[in-house]
Design a protein around this ligand. Structure first.
Ligand SMILES: C[S@@+](CC[C@H](N)C(=O)[O-])C[C@H]1O[C@@H](n2cnc3c(N)ncnc32)[C@H](O)[C@@H]1O
Length: 229
């Protein structure tokens, strides 16, 4: 479970590292949420403080775009919550694509299931409830994944990364959210388990000869990791 909820604004752009006016400008110049996603934002907002776990609309726009740009057909998501990122990925996959969505919570993903129907993408999403480390370990050995998104418990990011790497096609992309953790990754006084895990994840990825990585200061930090051919 993401304990980041209290550190994120309840409304407005979720751009931690931009002044408000610039954050609004970025938001206004990225493809906006359509009515389906607007309904999902409102539905999740009604759930209280957990709303802050939802990815930002700018991230969603980026994820749809990237999924389509690399021609992804098979994707895996670790951390589905109420479904915003899964709708964006599924839309990028297009008809006939397949997204395996992993989460622990039946309650939160029931909202996601309704959003998938609303978006007309339910037929391309396969929800797997349970600890994601177990779900990933149980993937068919011959499953080849084009795009993956990691957005669940921070202490397991490296576990998810290694499990996903075993399935990624050469040239495939892994996205990892919250890699800046509100800036705590560079705060020497921050020594909590999540911050340590994210530092370890970021250090491992940048030194991993199997991949190349661009860390984007988008929302709370999004790493774009491409598996080298
Ligand atoms: C930050 S939220 C994901 C937000 C989502 N990507 C979105 O676009 O709204 C993190 C999710 O990870 C799930 N989660 C936490 N620990 C998990 C675990 N060990 N296995 C599977 N899911 C987990 C939580 O239930 C929660 O729904």
């Amino acid at each position: 479970m993401d304990d980041h909820a209290d550190n994120q604004p309840p409304t407005g752009p979720k751009a931690f590292f931009l002044a408000d006016d610039l954050a609004h400008y970025v938001s206004a110049h990225s493809s906006p949420p359509d009515p389906v996603l607007e309904r999902l934002i409102e539905r999740t907002r009604q759930m209280g403080s957990v709303f802050s776990m939802q990815i930002s609309p700018e991230q969603g726009a980026f994820m749809s775009l990237l999924t389509a740009a690399i021609g992804a057909r098979v994707a895996v998501e670790v951390g589905t919550f109420t479904g915003y990122s899964s709708v964006c990925i599924a839309r990028g996959l297009g008809p006939g694509g397949r997204l395996i969505a992993c989460d622990l919570s039946d309650e939160w993903t029931s909202v996601a299931r309704a959003a998938w129907l609303d978006a007309g993408v339910a037929d391309r999403i396969d929800l797997r409830l349970g600890p994601a480390a177990e779900t990933l370990a149980a993937l068919a050995p011959d499953l080849v994944v084009d795009l993956a998104f990691i957005d669940a418990d921070k202490e397991n990011y490296l576990v998810y990364y290694e499990a996903l790497l075993a399935h990624m096609r050469p040239g495939g992309v892994i996205l990892a959210d919250n890699v800046l953790w509100s800036g705590r990754v560079v705060d020497p006084d921050a020594t909590d388990a999540d911050t340590l895990a994210l530092r370890a994840f970021n250090d491992t990825v940048v030194n991993d000869p199997r991949v190349e990585v661009a860390m984007l200061p988008l929302a709370d930090g999004l790493s774009v990791i491409r598996v080298l051919p």
